[in-house]
Design a protein around this ligand. Structure first.
Ligand code: S3P
Length: 425
């Protein structure tokens, strides 16, 4: 499906409630699959990626049912069962990488596949540490499909050169079922939903700065409630800040400090995001955000900040085109290995729309503020975050744009179009 977007004259206005966090949804269903009994998950994501995890867990013998539109139950014997066919992870790197950690220690073998995009994403980052734990995984040059031969694992003390929550979670999940203790140390703090949810479910886990240690343990069944996804909210936060006359309230936004890099950057850019009614949901901070149009200025985004906003960099690039002065993103080389090479893709999309942006090896440089001309067709590369970033940029283009393969937004945010239409009324 292609999508046409036209200049937004009167701004975005209204109140929306953000759907469930994708990262936490994956973890909730995976962890519940390892717990004996029935776990209620409230506010489960309807996005395709977490649904890939649901399908994989179902194929491993877990019963997963909807109790109403938003809530699911996960019923498990506490043990997974071999699946005779491929386990399809679809487009989801989180499904493949985290499930590999779980499957490596089972007493059966598994085969994991993904779609074309996932088949081109590097798995060495998990194969290497899992192999050190005694796992046996075959692949072609460390790309999917992965053939995992279940083995008894032993704990490791692993220092990762990447700040990646997917790698960290994979190793911690393997460690939960390995002999001895497993310690994972990362160079900068990546999202810590695995740690928070494992603690909430009473797994044996200890956090010491950038190191996390787990020991073999059984988790306890407890109701899990999932807050809204700040990575989905980011599109409305950015749109409200840069589309003149906007005033938007975004409810139920997860505000875990390992995910709120975008809010810190907006503050530095001179933007104002008001946080209302801050509360805790299953150990995760949540709040409502009110955002209005305002003048922004350029900034530098680098170092430890990158993991805290890794998925928001495409929409931050769009914001930077409307900020006065120069915005530089560096140390974000891992963005080249996401659903697409997001450094090169967002640079070429915004250039095509009329922005002044240059790609660098590990980021980009944007000079603003620019009037976007538009009047062109944009290839989303079937990458959901690129499609939504292009959509928001389209609101500022003097001439309508067309975004190809827009339905890929279903990967993380199937409600996106309904929400923007509502705010644009
Ligand atoms: C995710 C971690 C991030 C992020 C991805 C989801 C997760 O990836 O980009 O969308 O749920 O753990 P990396 O950990 O590879 O940076």
């Amino acid at each position: 499906m292609n999508q046409t977007i036209s200049y937004c004259q009167h701004g975005l206005k209204g109140v929306v409630t953000i759907p469930a966090d994708k990262s936490i949804s994956h973890r909730a269903v995976m962890f519940a699959s390892l717990i004996k009994g029935t776990t209620l998950i409230k506010g489960f994501s309807k996005a395709q990626d977490p649904l890939s995890t649901v399908e994989v867990c179902k194929n491993l013998g877990v019963e997963i049912e909807h109790v109403n539109e938003n809530d699911i139950t996960v019923t498990s014997s506490g043990n997974l069962r071999q699946h005779s066919n491929y386990l399809n992870c679809g487009n989801s790197g989180t499904t493949m990488r985290l499930m590999s950690g779980i499957l490596a220690s089972q007493n059966f073998n598994s085969r994991l596949i993904g779609d074309e995009s996932l088949s081109g994403r590097p798995m060495k980052r998990i194969i290497e540490p899992l192999t050190k734990m005694g796992a046996v995984i075959y692949s072609t040059e460390n790309y999917p499909p992965l053939y995992i031969y279940g083995r008894d694992l032993c704990g490791i003390n692993y220092h990762s050169s990447l700040a990646s929550a997917q790698v960290k979670s994979c190793i911690l999940l393997a460690g939960l079922n390995a002999e001895g203790k497993t310690t994972f140390t990362e160079p900068a703090l990546s999202r810590n939903h695995t740690e928070l949810l494992l603690s909430y479910l009473n797994a044996d886990i200890k956090i010491d700065g950038l190191s996390v240690t787990v020991r073999p343990s059984k988790m306890e069944s407890k109701t899990i409630e999932i807050p809204g996804d700040i990575s989905s909210a980011a599109f409305f936060i950015a749109a409200a800040l840069i589309v003149p006359h906007s005033d938007v309230t975004i409810k139920n936004v997860g505000l875990n400090p390992t995910r709120t890099g975008i809010l810190e950057i907006i503050k530095r850019m001179g933007g104002v995001v008001e946080i209302l009614d801050k509360r805790l949901v299953c150990g995760e901070p949540v709040g409502d955000l009110r955002v209005k149009y305002c003048e922004l200025k350029g900034t530098v985004i680098e170092g430890d900040m990158i993991p805290k906003l890794i998925d928001e960099i495409p929409i931050i690039a769009v914001m930077a085109t409307q900020a006065e002065g120069t915005t530089i993103v560096r140390n974000a080389q891992d963005l080249r290995y996401k659903e697409s090479d997001r450094i090169s893709a967002i640079t070429s999309i915004l250039k095509k729309l009329g922005a002044d942006i240059e790609e660098t090896s590990d980021g980009f440089i944007v000079n603003g503020k620019t009037k976007l001309t538009g009047g062109v067709e944009i290839d989303s590369l079937e990458d959901h975050r690129l499609a939504m970033s292009a959509y928001i940029a389209g609101y500022l283009c003097q001439n309508s744009i067309l975004v190809r393969d827009f339905d890929c937004v279903d990967i993380s945010f199937p409600e996106f179009e309904q929400y923007v239409n509502y705010l644009h009324m």
